[in-house]
Design a protein around this ligand. Structure first.
Ligand SMILES: C[S@@+](CC[C@H](N)C(=O)[O-])C[C@H]1O[C@@H](n2cnc3c(N)ncnc32)[C@H](O)[C@@H]1O
Length: 250
């Protein structure tokens, strides 16, 4: 049965698990997710002063990784359509004194930003949750500056067959039980995760789509034997040294 990814359901599901999201995320990945985000930032490092956008920001971990890498000189915007997740993100940014991170309630399929604004537009473990990921990809490219980078981190199926078997078993039997026990929710969100990963298409699917929306130099790098993959693509065109468009009008 296809996974129900209607915006309302996904928003409500993340709203229910928001209070335990960080704890479970780091527990279930054994902390490796931090390293995946740091690898993404290292592969597409920020330049000073120019803004960065993290869509499906959740509790802002990738936004914060970029803010740290830019040493606070590059403004970072984290956008998500789930208020309870944004609330956690705000508390975390306040606690870390990450005042350069702005958090915005926005749907990834209709971003409230002008074209050609951000030097980097990134997403971690968000694309597979979006109802129309192709539309979100087009939006990422639209708001990215010419010469800027689109950065995608996603789960994928590991290549080695033994690891694939262990991984499938862990995802199907262990992870949903720990998830449901630690963050009870009526959507059984941690059953949804393996189902949504299982239906997630192979690496070429994303690299082809990234090329189809005009990105160049598209690459896919398996991380941790392919448990996750990092995709990079550059928006073609020359970056103009025009004056900065304000991030938010009004
Ligand atoms: C698995 S979490 C990932 C959070 C974070 N990026 C991370 O790395 O931990 C997915 C996030 O995507 C958000 N999301 C899903 N569909 C969305 C959409 N159409 N627009 C904006 N946010 C969306 C959810 O609210 C949730 O916070």
């Amino acid at each position: 049965m296809p996974v129900d990814k209607s915006g309302e359901r996904v928003r409500e599901m993340f709203g229910q698990i928001a209070p335990r999201y960080d704890f479970l995320n780091h527990l279930l990945s054994l902390g490796v997710d931090h390293w995946w985000r740091r690898t993404a930032v290292r592969r597409a490092p920020p330049a000073p002063d120019r803004p960065i956008l993290d869509i499906c920001t959740g509790t802002a971990d990738l936004a914060l990784a970029y803010w740290r890498a830019g040493r606070g000189t590059a403004p970072v915007v984290g956008a998500d359509f789930c208020r309870p997740m944004l609330q956690r993100a705000k508390e975390k940014c306040r606690r870390l004194r990450a005042h350069g991170v702005r958090l915005v309630e926005a749907d990834a399929m209709a971003l409230p930003f002008p074209a050609d604004l951000f030097q980097i537009v990134c997403v971690a473990f968000g694309l597979r949750n979006i109802q129309d990921p192709q539309r979100a990809l087009e939006e990422m490219v639209r708001v990215c500056r010419p010469g800027g980078w689109v950065v995608i981190l996603e789960f994928s199926m590991p290549r080695p067959s033994l690891l694939r078997t262990i991984y499938s078993w862990y995802f199907r039997w262990v992870l949903p039980r720990i998830g449901q026990a630690a963050a009870p929710n009526r959507f059984e969100a941690y059953h949804y995760l393996p189902a949504s990963v299982g239906e997630f298409p192979p690496q070429q699917y994303w690299t082809q789509r990234m090329e189809a929306v005009g990105l160049t130099g598209v690459s896919a790098q398996p991380l941790s034997f392919g448990i996750a993959s990092l995709y990079l693509g550059q928006k073609s065109g020359q970056d103009s040294e025009r004056s900065e468009t304000p991030l938010f009008s009004g």
